[in-house]
Design a protein around this ligand. Structure first.
Ligand code: DP6
Length: 422
């Protein structure tokens, strides 16, 4: 048997998993341990080239206990959520054999074998972007591959859900629905793909990473307080979201941008309204977030039909979804007009991700930003004030694919000889 002591082999798998942004929000649980939500939610998966988690996992009889390193630092795996995911995965592990390497692991061996998990985000964690969604989804996906778990992505999503609710939607690319389910054991609370990323590939996404000094309330405790104290949340979960889910699915199916934008903006606003209705009230958006909303609302109204949708999660960062490239170019010009970089910032680090949109916007150097004219929808009598330094940087991206296994050994984060982070 492979798990006998004295054996030195190490088996590894590396995977990459995207992050996702909800356009119909998950906020509120009916079961805290199993992470079962009070409503369905819908998200767009973001291109992993710009925002993703890479995770390498390894198993070896030489490992003394389960260990994890995140962005270069060892983190504890003792939390209930990690333990629930590990237990669920081990119980579904299958026999594995690699004759060439002389590795044979039976289903029973997985109960005793320990794993090392090394995970990295390709975006700054401090930015307050949904790193837990990509992180937990990647942990579950890579361990499922390592342990030869023969379950489809929906079943894996139910495991990732127990790590962090929003993580279940990162098991698929494109447009994803998390079905709340009815069962007490959570078996039907799973994610399903509504459409893949190619279905609506005109969409361009610009994220404004908003500078913030405020310590934010975690989603987990924030939504607990909302469920306990808000009267509005019941109305939202029972009356509003069920209708919006149907409408949003139809908007995605038909690539109907005006409906998509109306629903996404209203749902983000209602999520922040239930936060305000919580005791004590929770403020995730700040002045800059509000300024971004008003810039978008003004422009959409001026055009007569929505050019861009905004949505905000549990923090001040704006996720702006544009109808197409043309609209994204015009949006970026507006954003850079209102939110120019500090004088000591270089353009290359101020707009990251797909920089071709910057070129289309005619911005090649910092002085091009300074020379931008006020957008035509700015009324002469209103302020055309520019807010230097309110935005840390922008990320240009698009809807993207689901998780993949990286077969190229050089992408592994684990040293294949030692089983420790490289
Ligand atoms: C505002 O998934 O982070 O991003 O399930 O407690 O881990 P837990 O919470 P989490 O909540 C995400 C909330 C949200 C909306 C959303 O992604 O749907």
């Amino acid at each position: 048997m492979a798990a006998e002591s004295g054996e030195k082999w190490i088996l590894t798998v590396t995977a990459q998993t995207p992050t996702n942004i909800a356009v119909i929000k998950y906020w509120g649980k009916r079961d805290e341990d199993l992470i079962l939500p009070i409503n369905d939610s819908i998200s767009v998966t973001l291109d992993p080239d710009h925002l993703c988690t890479t995770t390498s996992v390894a198993v070896s009889p030489a490992f003394s206990h389960d260990r994890m390193w995140l962005n270069g630092k060892e983190v504890s795996l003792s939390g209930g959520r990690f333990q629930n995911c590990l237990r669920e995965l081990r119980s579904r592990a299958s026999d594995f054999e690699d004759e060439k390497k002389g590795i044979k692991i039976t289903k029973k061996d997985w109960e005793k074998l320990n794993v090392h998990i090394v995970s990295y985000n390709n975006f700054p964690t401090a930015a307050g972007l949904a790193s837990s969604a990509a992180g937990l989804a990647c942990l579950v996906f890579s361990l499922a591959k390592l342990m030869n778990v023969k379950e489809d992505h929906s079943k894996l999503s139910a495991i990732a859900r127990q790590g962090s609710g929003s993580a279940c939607r990162s098991l698929y690319g494109g447009f994803v629905k998390w079905i709340m389910g009815k069962e007490e054991n959570g078996s039907d609370s799973i994610a399903v793909q509504l459409a893949d990323e190619k279905h609506w590939d005109d969409l361009v996404i610009i994220i404004a990473v908003v500078s913030s000094r405020q310590k934010e309330t975690s989603s987990t405790s924030g939504m607990r307080d909302t469920v306990e104290t808000s009267a509005l949340i019941k109305h939202r979960a029972q009356e509003v979201v069920p209708k919006r889910i149907v409408e949003m699915e139809e908007a995605i199916q038909k690539r109907d941008f005006p409906s998509f934008a109306r629903l996404a903006c209203s749902d983000s606003n209602q999520f922040h309204a239930v936060c305000l209705d919580t005791l004590p009230p929770i403020f995730y958006m700040n002045d800059t977030s509000h300024k971004i909303i008003s810039c978008v609302e003004k422009w959409n109204r001026h055009e007569g039909s929505p050019q861009v949708a905004y949505t905000f999660d549990a923090g001040p960062n704006a996720v702006l979804i544009s109808h197409n490239r043309k609209a994204a170019t015009l949006l970026l010009q507006r954003l850079l007009y209102y939110f120019p970089p500090q004088s000591d910032t270089d353009l290359d680090s101020y707009v990251i991700g797909d920089k071709t949109i910057l070129k289309d916007a005619g911005i090649h150097e910092l002085k091009d930003i300074e020379a931008l004219a006020p957008p035509p929808e700015t009324k002469e009598n209103t302020s055309t004030q520019r807010h230097k330094g309110d935005v840390s940087y922008f990320i240009c991206t698009r809807p993207g694919r689901g998780p993949i296994v990286l077969t190229d050994e050089s992408r592994s984060l684990i040293n294949p000889e030692t089983g420790f982070p490289k």
